[in-house]
Design a protein around this ligand. Structure first.
Ligand SMILES: NC(=O)c1ccc[n+]([C@@H]2O[C@H](COP(=O)([O-])OP(=O)(O)OC[C@H]3O[C@@H](n4cnc5c(N)ncnc54)[C@H](O)[C@@H]3O)[C@@H](O)[C@H]2O)c1
Length: 318
């Protein structure tokens, strides 16, 4: 089976692609390489803006996975117009040309950030989506745009991912657990911005398993699926990171609790993904830290701009 990864050279794609190769899939990548290319050498990477793609670029592929766009709140807020175009319109356009090209399935990397600020209820895919900030709204638009193209010959699966964390060859230190780890290593302390806020977290290895389950699902399956490893309060995450870094390094880590207002607060159930796709998470916050720490010699300067999407994005002047 041939799979095209749109935005496949990013954080998730750089761990997902080696896994797909391991499973015998043929892969192709179209990406602007904003964060470089950390993919295995044998992968065919076309450096190209996805907006410039036509039907012919997608011909011969069985499935397309969308991992592009602006992938966090700071980027979306820095460039709201580009955010709405890249996260809202772009996936719809790509699903449209994929369908014309005879692709059988389109998998959209969506986000639990569509849920917004919720009050202590476990949200499923039928729960209200109340986000009022650019990133969440645009991810929801992208999701709705692609889902409505689904029919008997064109399956569409949207994975609403929790905040992804852990090691990838294209590492990011702007994602909650990874940021806390970096802060322990650089400043000897964990900063908790708001201890009571809930977040579903997704170990990047669980994320790659979710994509694999979506790829392998029966052709009749389409729909929106929450995927997370577990739900935690930010306070819980801070304590777990502190304990694990102390255990791994023998260094004492301080903890700083702030009371910064957050506009996102949600916890989700992934029961539908388990029942329909066979997705089962395996990893905890301690596992994430252990994995990121295992690769510590690769990072060099933790403050390198390429580890922070917003810093790289501002320099790109796109
Ligand atoms: N990382 C997370 O915590 C998380 C959580 C929920 C959802 N998501 C979604 O999953 C997807 C992948 O996330 P990630 O962390 O791997 O993102 P990333 O920012 O690391 O990678 C995005 C990739 O897309 C490419 N790209 C962007 N616009 C492009 C264009 N017009 N043409 C060609 N290439 C383009 C970039 O060069 C980059 O390699 C995103 O759509 C994101 O919104 C991510």
């Amino acid at each position: 089976m041939k799979i095209l990864l749109a935005g496949g050279a990013g954080y998730i794609g750089s761990l997902l692609i080696p896994k797909l190769l391991e499973h015998g899939y043929e892969v192709g990548v179209i990406d602007l390489l904003w964060f470089g290319n950390h993919l295995p050498k044998e992968v065919k990477v076309i450096e190209k803006d996805l907006f410039d793609c036509q039907q012919a670029d997608f011909e011969g592929y069985d499935q397309v996975i969308f991992l592009a766009g602006l992938s966090n709140d700071p980027m979306a807020e820095f460039s709201p117009a580009m955010n709405f175009i890249s996260n809202g319109a772009q996936p719809s356009y790509l699903a449209y040309i994929a369908k014309l090209a005879g692709v059988k399935r389109f998998i959209y990397g969506s986000s639990c950030s569509v849920y917004g600020y919720t009050v202590n209820e476990l949200y499923d895919e039928g729960s209200p989506v109340t986000c009022g900030y650019p990133y969440g709204i645009s991810k929801l638009q992208g999701e709705r745009g692609v889902i409505q193209m689904q029919d008997d010959n064109f399956s569409v699966i949207a994975l609403r991912q929790g905040t992804v964390c852990g090691y990838s060859p294209r590492i990011r230190f702007d994602l909650i657990v990874n940021t806390m780890y970096k802060s322990c290593m650089v400043n000897g302390k964990v900063t908790v911005n708001n201890a009571s806020i809930w977040r579903p977290l997704l170990d990047i290895r669980d994320a790659t398993n979710a994509y694999l389950r979506a790829i392998q699902a029966d052709q009749s399956i389409s729909g929106v699926f929450n995927v997370a490893s577990d739900n935690y309060t930010v306070g819980q995450v801070g304590d777990m990171v502190k304990d694990q870094v102390e255990a791994l390094t023998g260094q004492k880590i301080a903890i700083e609790i702030k009371n910064i207002q957050d506009f996102r607060n949600y916890k989700v159930t992934w029961k539908k993904a388990k029942t329909v796709l066979g997705y089962e998470p395996k990893y905890t916050v301690s596992d994430i830290i252990a994995d990121v720490h295992k690769h510590r010699d690769e990072y060099g300067d933790f403050e390198d701009d390429s580890y922070y999407n917003i810093r790289t994005f501002k320099k790109l002047k796109v």
